[in-house]
Write a protein that binds this ligand. Structure first.
Ligand SMILES: C[S@@+](CC[C@H](N)C(=O)[O-])C[C@H]1O[C@@H](n2cnc3c(N)ncnc32)[C@H](O)[C@@H]1O
Length: 224
């Protein structure tokens, strides 16, 4: 049986991805007004910021901002094919990527997924979605800034890291998790083009091999 493609997870993801499609930033008048009031350089600076992310994501707290359905499938495929049992996720939101990754853990025979999110209402929603998907037993929710919550108590050996929180922090979060990455661990970074220092690090050797897998995803392997 494939957890990702059967009930209860498959219909739940159908519903949540459909909601995500409708709930883009322009659909929220307050967010749209805020975003439209910024110049292109201001938007770019905000996306890359290592200091203003809390205010920015607080404004977006009612939006799922999920990975694409294709990326969700890719996460499942990568976690399954590497037989991952220890996964760390930066950026839970409503838990769509978490559902895909936890489905892979279930089909791998079990494991542990640590996911991080600082918006309390999002943690509550994601927790409910994981419960609805029958996967809550595999997931540890760490509520708070991931710079703090992922700075402690990580598994000795992490098989897969998903970076999908504030883009400007990708390098900082990688630095926290790197001592725990097993040789051969995969790092999937969504929209990493907003974090040039991260791309410089993983593409420039430094113990990684990396490629832009799609428009959205930078896929890297940790070589130890
Ligand atoms: C793009 S969304 C994640 C989408 C999710 N991975 C999915 O596919 O369903 C990014 C999320 O990261 C959260 N976030 C951003 N920076 C964070 C930080 N420093 N610590 C914890 N959560 C953070 C935001 O509140 C937002 O919900």
């Amino acid at each position: 049986m494939t957890t990702l493609t059967t009930a209860p997870v498959a219909p739940l993801l159908d519903l949540l991805f459909a909601v995500d499609k409708e709930a883009h930033p322009a659909s929220d008048p307050e967010v749209a007004a805020y975003w439209n009031g910024l110049t292109a350089p201001e938007r770019s600076a905000l996306m890359q910021s290592r200091t203003d992310y809390a205010d920015f994501y607080a404004r977006l707290k009612n939006l799922p901002l999920a990975v694409s359905r294709e990326t969700g499938n890719l996460l499942y495929m990568l976690a399954r094919s590497t037989r991952a049992s220890a996964i760390v996720e930066f950026g839970t939101s409503f838990g769509l990527s978490t559902l895909c990754l936890a489905s892979a853990l279930r089909d791998n025979g079990g494991g542990h997924l640590i996911t991080s999110e600082f918006e309390a209402s999002k943690v509550a929603r994601a927790r409910q979605h994981l419960t609805d998907g029958g996967l809550a037993d595999l997931v540890e929710f760490r509520e708070g800034d991931a710079l703090e919550t992922l700075a402690r108590d990580l598994p000795a050996s992490v098989d897969l890291l998903l970076l999908d929180g504030a883009k400007g922090l990708y390098l900082d979060i990688l630095a926290l998790v790197e001592p725990h990455l097993r040789t051969g661990a995969l790092i999937i970074a969504d929209n990493a083009d907003h974090c040039p220092p991260y791309l410089e690090k993983v593409r420039g050797g430094n113990g990684y091999l990396s490629l832009p897998f799609s428009d959205e995803v930078e896929l890297s392997i940790y070589l130890g």
